[in-house]
Ligand binder design. Sequence first.
Ligand code: URA
Length: 276
Amino acid sequence: MVRPLLVLGLLALGRGDGLMDALRRNQYLQTMGVDVWVSRRPASVADAVVATGDMVSAGALAATPQVAAAASAVPPTVARGTADPPTITTWESLRSEVLACTKCPLHGSRTQGVFGVGSREAQWLVVGEAPGAEEDRRGEPFVGRAGHLLDAMLKAIGLSRGRNVYIANVLKSRPPGNRDPKPEEVAACLPYLMRQIELLRPRVMLAVGRIAAQNLLATDVSLGRLRGKVHHFGELNTPLIVTYHPAYLLRTPSDKRKAWEDLKFARSVFQGLNPT
Ligand code: URA
């Protein structure tokens, strides 16, 4: 629900991202099921804030980014040499390899491999865990309920899979019953994601959920401790930000506010990069 204060606040705005941006952002936040509040004070309004009853300052968040120690550039499975990195060099040949892959037993239970979706020119890469039932059926990442929430979250920071973001998973095949990926499945599949990253060369990466974050950063640190920091991925030191998985947010809507903080943080990191 948009609080009446919002309209008054927005009319007083006239700065920052501008009225239309703020209206659009709040519309998306409502889609995410996040209550939108704004301060009566114009100085706070520009941050178009989310809360379930209280105020959160985006500025406060952006002011205290911790830069994490660069995580290992090489995921554990590759570093240990347990999987052969694919030698594919084009998007289409890589896609064909993924769709025909039989490196792990999941190929026997999947309907199809789920390669990735979005602009191959995108500067943003979002990485999730693995296809669910709907993704397995349709062959595209994040098209179920969690996917709709992810789209709303991305839209709130100006991203869309049709235009300026690429979305891929750690696993390209659905684990039965949506169980967590097994280490050997990750070992077999992660090299595909590494090749996608090499082809895309994203400027910013957003890992959604524990599985994506821990595998990309080669760590077993909890998601809670990985949030709110800029990690760096790979030889190019690509900034990587961690947030909650949308499926978790569907189960725990009270954490949507924190996810919004993560998204604003990621956007501020991206905006702080030098132009290409
Ligand atoms: N969850 C994921 O992590 N990825 C998908 O593609 C769908 C749900």
